[in-house]
Structures are given as C-alpha cells and as structure tokens.
Design a protein around this ligand. Sequence first.
Ligand code: CP
Length: 308
Amino acid sequence: MPSLVSIEQLDRVAVERLLRRAQSFLDYQLEGKENVGKESVGVKGTAVNLFFEPSTRTALSFQLAAQRLGLKVLDFVVENSSATKGESLIDSLQTIDALGVDLAVIRHPENWPKLLDGEKFDLSLVNAGSGIHEHPTQALLDALTIRQHHGGFSDLKVAIVGDIYHSRVARSNALLLRRLGAEVSFSGPEAFRKGDVAEHRWIDFEEAVVESDVVMMLRIQHERHQHIFDTTNYNQHFGLNMSRLQQMKKNAIILHPGPVNRGVELTDDVMRDPRCKLLQQVTNGVAVRMAVLEWCLQGGSNEQLVSA
Ligand code: CP
C-alpha cells in the first residue's frame, strides 16, 4: 500500500492536489456538513497511531482525521506495548501488518524510514515525525496555512527561525516550500547552524523580521540537546515580541508548529495577535491528514505518493 514518509516523494502536482483536497474538507465542514469523510470519500479500513515520542497536535489530529474518514482507529500505547520488552519497530509493524491493519502513523526519535529499509509491508506507513529528519504532514499543513493567507508561494519570502539543526519541521518545510516556489531562508543562533542545515541560505534575524512574508518560529527542542541551552535572553535576540511585530510587513504572518516555549520564541501578546496563525495551523492539520490518509488508502492514484 502507498506510504508517505518524506516530502521528497511529492512533486508540485501531488502537493497541490493534497492541499486542494484538504481545503475542500475544510470548506465542507464550514458548510456544516458532518461526517464529511465517511460520506464523500468511501475509504475504509483500520488505522493505528504509533507514537514513540510525545505529541498533542499531531497525535490527536491524525486520530480525528481517521475518525472523520470513517476509519476504525486502534489504540496503541507504547508504554503498554511489547516495545517495552525490546520488540523492534520492524517486528511491531510486521505484527500489526499480520493483524490486517491498513495504515500505521508513526512518530519515532530515529529516522525510522531508514530503519525499515528493504522491509516489505502491506500496510501504508505515514510519517508523523522521524527524529530531526522529516515531518511531512506538518509541512503540508503549514503550506496550506500560507496559501490561505497569501494565495500562493511564488516569490514569497519565508524565514524559518530558531533551533534549525534539531528541527524536522525546518527540513520538511524547506524542501516543500522551495519546491512550491518560495524563497526560504534559515535564521537563528549560530549553535544551530551546523551539519546539513549549514549549507542552506541563512540571513540575520533582523532581516528575517523585516523582509519576510512568513516568519516561521521553531521551538527550542531542549530534549534533543546534549548541552543545556540557556534561553534567558533568547526572545530579545531571536524571538518575536510586540516591538519586533511592528517591524514586520503589514501582511506578514507568523507560524509556529507548537508547542511554544512562551516568552522564548513568542511572547503572550504576539500569540494573541491576529497575524499569529498557530491555531489555524492546528485546524488545518486535521484536514491535511484526512487528505493524506485518503490518498494512501485509495491506493495512491498519484505515483509520486506510492514509493515509500
Ligand atoms: N507540531 C507538532 O508536531 O506538535 P506535537 O509534537 O504536539 O504533535
């Protein structure tokens, strides 16, 4: 069955189709039509969420997306599973596959698609976060949020700011938004400008604030750091506050994948500002994940989505 493990799989046409489909789910809901998925798409099957890292937004929105499509959703709690007895991800997935489950949504601290290299499964696999590497559905929901506001991506300046090195959100968004025609820059502390991300285009934070149409702030991911990262003056140097907000373009928007370290990446008053689209991102997440689950379970009519 088709899987979505990386933004690399998606060409521009496939992305546009997914975004249009997600938008149609949102429009349908706005019209007050309940059970949109169940009535309109005719996908059926059983899904399971395997989250080996904590999550609020992604886990709940995948669950809701599956329910809205009319899928059965199995409960899998890692702490109560045989993973605690040392079962490998491959063995867990083979077991789930043998049970006849149709689709597994996976979040894992490792680059899990690489762990599965060469393994064959009948079920679809959807990446809900693979270590620091990829978070494709986050990038898709961010793209949808940008498109809703700016109408497209051509010539749009997007600055991704903060803990870039540890961010799967930065990597997936850079891949996707460049593919869609946006000019993507990274910005933030030198400590996070290393490895693969150092090769990208970097700009000063001042320029990022003043010049960008989209300022995507990233969470400082303390749990991935080997050394303590002091955030005492972070907001002053690399965060958004009301005085920085004044310097932004009038039509610019602020994104953040969440959860926010309040007062660090964003101050409370910035989070209340209408240009801050965090909750719209969350709402879009359900629709985007409905579109992705539907694609997988319909057999991936676009070849680009098929190769896991
Ligand atoms: N954006 C994101 O992945 O948030 P969660 O960790 O809450 O799922």
